[in-house]
Design a binder for this molecule. Sequence first.
Ligand code: TPP
Ligand code: MG
Length: 281
Amino acid sequence: MIDSKIYGQFTTSWCPGCGNHDVLLALKEALARQGLEPHQFAMVSGIGQAAKIVHYLKCNGFNGLHGRALPPAQALKLANPELKVVVESGDGCSYGEGGNHFLAAIRRNLDITLIVHDNQIYGLTKGQSSPTTMTGHVTKNNPLGMLDQPFNPVAVAVAMRASFVARAFSGLKEHAATTIAAAMEHKGFSLVDMHSPCISFNKVNTFGWYKARCKEASHDPADWAEAMKVATVFGEEIPIGVIYREEKPSKETLLPQCGQGALYRKAVDMGKVAEHMAAYA
Ligand SMILES: Cc1ncc(C[n+]2csc(CCOP(=O)(O)OP(=O)(O)O)c2C)c(N)n1
Ligand SMILES: [Mg+2]
């Protein structure tokens, strides 16, 4: 355990009372418990209110394009398997525009952690519906109420046998920190779908709404069929905690190139480079 003060204290542009403040605190707590110093991990995000978290933490950071946080994060892990890599972004960024990257990252199973600040709305752009917005929810772009059915990221991840799948709620900070730490310590792709209320643009899924529904799941997360059942529950009750966990080798451990450590440690064989260049002469 180290002092979480080493991750810095920054002024944010989040609204006072936004769930993102609690996610940041939970993340710092999880990092401190793992004894990770700022140079030992990298944070990658896309675009949105959630994605700004990279600016509010002393760390290696990459703030990329909307929906495109996972590709550079996976590249980072391949180039430097010694780094802990954490992706943090919103539900719109991760499941909407980034939806296909989400599916590909689950299949690839590199040892990275994805924490989605799931406020069930587009917060930064001021209140349009996102893939996780519930049916019937009246939003700026759905004045008649959302007609589409919501995307259930946890059920999709379990169905695809993602290595580690969890759901958490920023309002339960201790539980959120423990869940993030467990996800980061797990070897392989880990998802934490973190419900984090947007107090300004989502008046349906409020702190009170989540608090009344979030309950610790009690099934065996190693049992896929049970996990599948629990993953589909979302409504009057929202099961939180580790929903599914499967031990399997993460992709970088199967690649011989990654077994030799970070790329930057390797010397360049200039003789070989000259040989290749000679082929173009
Ligand atoms: C390629 C691209 N498409 C769309 C946008 C506009 N845009 C910026 S943030 C955002 C949605 C943010 O919602 P979410 O990812 O849920 O994050 P939140 O602000 O709710 O934390 C959108 C549509 C953009 N910046 N770039
Ligand atoms: Mg959002």
